[in-house]
Every structure is written in structure tokens, then in C-alpha cells.
Ligand binder design. Structure first.
Ligand code: AMP
Length: 447
């Protein structure tokens, strides 16, 4: 059972006070399990994705241990190193370290590519206790001798599977090899592909293994539904759904950067406050887009998987998979952006006929059959799947009619996805979207 408070996990008083300020009342399961062991100096293999509270699970014990050790700072020689796949995630981790460590006298810095290195080099020269970095830029600075890893006593590889996907694994290995041997090492990964299992076996010493499996995370708190919809009707469906003001902070995922730009454009055209974030955008543009989403100026953020990796924006009401990811793990990461730290959330998937196999993979991985929402495009989708039938003009050209909204409250009330907890169905607009619920399995059987 998860303890009712952070007392008793072995954390120093200033950290517990900072947690109160953050309004963290109760540790998440990974925090409750990991913190006492990490405070003692154990190595850890954590199977966990963002949204589980894993950042605090490692940041708090690191701060605790470094504060206890009181080692003097030397220029370019940090004591703890956290490697993360993306700049957004790196910044966010740094932000968390600063928040949790606000009552300690420890210094952190964050390093990532895509911006000038001057400020980063300066920060290193001033001396830092904790360094958070993406591997590429860090290795560049290492090659230029701005940083040295011989004082690293705690090393964290965060989102190791994503670092592998992004081609960073060789850089990671080089960095690990340059760290001193006597150290505490933590590796977090949402999945355990063979290359990561091998890396873990090589670099961890007698690690504790903590598994906060994605299936549990997604099944428990996120209301997941799928719309079968022809590719060409996805735009209309998205605009229709977004007409519901209950969708107040919406993250829309596409597979490609180009796709993200296209969705952003037509949503803007439809008069919505929307931003896009993907790998082709300059760092400043990414930061601006994320900030607009965070402070509510943009109600919708369109993102690709890699750019979205570090997004931790509280209160995301809906995640929409405008295009399904071809890797089922990405689906789990995507929908984990809602339902952060114990809150509820809704994840909607748009699945066209070419994406059925992706959906099957997702359902196999999460061991949940998504509830199917029937809507006005559904018939067209069936026709699309069976081209020998003549499409009915009525179903394909029937524009959404706002007057149908009048039926919404009744539809909302009647909607419950097979007893699962969940929000009212945003698209359940009377005749527009009569939900048909598929069998929802929480135990792994398919429909
Ligand atoms: P993470 O999985 O580390 O990305 O954390 C997800 C979100 O949960 C972040 O916004 C954290 O600030 C928040 N969080 C982490 N631990 C707790 C906790 N014990 N209580 C409340 N919120 C938390």
C-alpha cells in the first residue's frame, strides 16, 4: 500500500517542506517504492513512463544525498548527471530539481542542443552540483573539455528507450564510460527493448527493479475511446469535437511534422487558438508554443511524438490521436500526457482503415479494447473499408449542425463506458454521435 505521506521515506526536512509547497501530499507508488532505497544508495531499474511521478522519485533522493555529502563545487565537474532524450524533458527535470531543492544550497544546470553553447559553458564554469543534459550536446562539450565526469557519483538515464529510438545510445554509452566507476546508477525506461536490457545489465550493480507498468497506468485512470473514421473525414471530426468547450486543454498527436503543421493550419482556419510543436521548429518557437499551451493562450497543441516527449502540462483534459502511432508504446506515452499524477483524463483515437493494425497492436500492449464511439462518419468509414458499396452522400456530406448540441446533456449523462470511470463523452451530440460501446476488457481479452 502507498504510504499516506512523504514522512518516513527518509527525506530531509527541507525537501519535505518543498513538497508541501508543491502540494504533493502523498507519494505516488514509484516514489514510495524507490525513494527509501535510493536514499540508501541502491541502483535502480525503473520501468515507468512520465506521469507516474518518476522525476520526483529520483530527484528527491539525489537532492537528499548531495545535500548530505556537502561536496565542494568544482568548475566543469558536476556530482550528479541526468541524461534525457529531449530538450523539453531536460528543462522540465531541471525545473523540478529547482522546485524540490529550493531550500537547499545546491546548483543545477541544463544543457541541450539547438541553442548557443555560451550560457551553458558559463554555467559549467561556475560549478554545478546537478547537470541535466541531452546526450549530443553534452558529448560536444565534453569533447571541448568544458565538462568532465570524474566526479559523477549519481547517474540517471531517463527515458532510456526513447534515447535508443532517437539514436543516442552510442553517445550515452560514451558518457557512461567516462563517468567514475564508484557511483549510483538509475535507469528509467517505459519499455525494455533488448538493447536497453543489455545496457541496464552492463551499467547497473545489483539494481532494485520497480515496475510501474504502462498498462496499469493507462487502464486505471484514462478513459480511452476510438472513432473509426475515414482519413479524409478526420479534419471535420476534430473540428466538431473541439466545438465542445469541455475540451479545454487538448493535445493532438500526428505521426509527422508535416502532418502537425497541416492540422495546426486548418484548426487556426477554423478559428481555434492552436500551436504546433515538432522537431523542425526552432527551440524558441517550441518554448513559446509550450508556454502558450501551459498558460491557456493556446487551447490546442498539435505535436509529434518526439517533440511531445517532455511535455508535462498539468490539466490536459484530452489527448487526441489524430493519427495513430505505428509503435504502440508511443500511444501509451501520448495518452499519459493526460491523467497526470492521479488525475483523470480522456484519450480519443481516430483510426482510419489503414491504421487498424496499429490499433490492434495498441490494444494488445495496453490489454484494453478501446470503446468505439459511433458518429456520423462511422458509416462512411465502413463504406471506405468495403469499397464495392456505393458511398451514401448523406453520411459523407452531412455537415455538423450546431442545433444538435441541444441534445448533448442527455447524451452526456447516458454515456458510461461499461462502468469504467470517465468523463462525459465530448462528441456525444445527440444524433450526431450515438455512442456504441464495444466490449471493454480490462483483463486482456480482445473484442
Ligand atoms: P513525472 O512522471 O515525473 O513526469 O510527474 C508527473 C507530474 O506529476 C508532474 O507534474 C509532477 O509535478 C506531478 N507529481 C509528481 N509527484 C507527485 C505527487 N506525489 N503528488 C502530486 N503530484 C505529483
Amino acid at each position: 500500500m502507498t504510504p499516506a505521506s512523504f514522512d518516513g521515506l527518509g527525506l530531509a526536512e527541507p525537501l519535505r517542506l518543498a513538497l508541501k509547497t508543491e502540494n504533493y501530499l502523498k507519494p505516488t507508488p514509484i516514489q514510495a517504492q524507490a525513494i527509501p532505497l535510493l536514499v540508501e544508495g541502491r541502483d535502480l531499474l525503473g520501468i515507468a513512463q512520465t506521469g507516474t511521478g518518476k522525476t520526483a522519485a529520483f530527484a528527491l533522493p539525489i537532492l537528499h544525498r548531495l545535500a548530505e555529502q556537502r561536496r565542494p563545487r568544482t568548475p566543469g565537474r558536476p556530482h550528479a548527471l541526468i541524461l534525457a532524450p529531449t530538450r523539453e524533458l531536460a528543462r522540465q527535470i531541471d525545473d523540478r530539481f529547482r522546485a524540490y531543492g529550493r531550500k537547499l544550497h545546491l546548483r543545477s544546470a541544463v544543457i541541450f542542443g539547438g541553442v548557443g553553447q555560451g550560457q551553458q559553458v558559463k554555467a559549467l564554469q561556475q560549478g554545478v552540483d546537478i547537470l541535466i543534459a541531452t546526450p549530443g550536446r553534452l558529448l560536444d562539450l565534453y569533447a571541448q573539455r568544458h565538462v568532465n565526469f570524474d566526479q559523477i557519483s549519481i547517474l540517471v538515464l531517463d527515458e532510456a528507450d526513447r534515447m535508443l529510438d532517437m539514436g543516442f545510445i552510442r553517445d550515452v554509452r560514451k558518457i557512461v564510460a567516462a563517468c567514475r566507476k564508484e557511483r549510483q546508477t538509475l535507469l528509467f525506461s517505459a519499455t525494455m527493448p533488448p538493447d536497453i536490457a543489455k545496457l541496464a545489465a552492463e551499467i547497473l550493480r545489483n539494481p532494485v527493479r520497480i515496475d510501474v507498468s504502462p498498462a496499469t497506468v493507462t487502464v486505471d485512470r484514462i478513459d480511452q475511446r476510438v472513432y473509426f473514421v475515414p482519413a479524409q473525414a478526420k479534419r471535420d471530426l476534430l473540428v466538431e469535437l473541439l466545438a465542445d468547450s469541455a475540451m479545454d486543454r487538448v493535445l493532438v498527436f500526428t505521426r509527422t511534422k508535416h502532418g502537425a503543421d497541416k492540422v495546426c493550419k486548418f484548426l487556426r482556419h477554423a478559428g481555434l487558438a492552436v500551436e504546433a510543436i515538432h522537431g523542425n521548429k526552432a527551440q524558441n518557437a517550441r518554448v513559446r508554443a509550450l508556454e502558450a499551451f501551459r498558460n491557456g493562450k493556446a487551447r490546442v497543441l498539435v505535436a509529434t511524438d518526439i517533440a511531445a516527449r517532455g511535455i508535462d502540462v498539468p490539466g490536459i483534459s484530452h489527448v487526441i490521436n489524430y493519427e495513430l502511432p505505428n509503435e504502440p508504446e508511443s500511444y501509451v506515452h501520448r495518452i499519459g500526457r493526460t491523467a497526470r499524477a492521479g488525475a483523470g483524463g480522456t484519450a480519443l483515437a481516430f483510426c482510419d482503415s489503414s491504421e487498424r493494425a496499429y490499433l490492434r497492436d495498441i490494444e494488445r500492449l495496453t490489454r484494453v479494447s478501446l470503446a468505439v464511439v459511433e458518429h456520423r462518419h462511422t458509416r462512411a468509414e465502413r463504406v471506405e473499408a468495403a469499397p464495392h458499396k456505393t458511398p451514401s452522400n448523406k453520411t459523407t456530406s452531412n455537415r455538423w449542425r450546431p442545433e444538435r448540441q441541444a441534445a448533448a446533456p442527455a447524451a452526456k449523462q447516458s454515456w458510461r463506458s461499461n462502468g469504467r470511470r470517465g468523463n462525459a463523452l465530448p462528441a456525444a451530440r445527440g444524433a450526431l454521435a450515438r455512442p456504441r460501446v464495444a466490449r471493454v476488457s480490462l483483463t486482456g481479452e480482445s473484442r
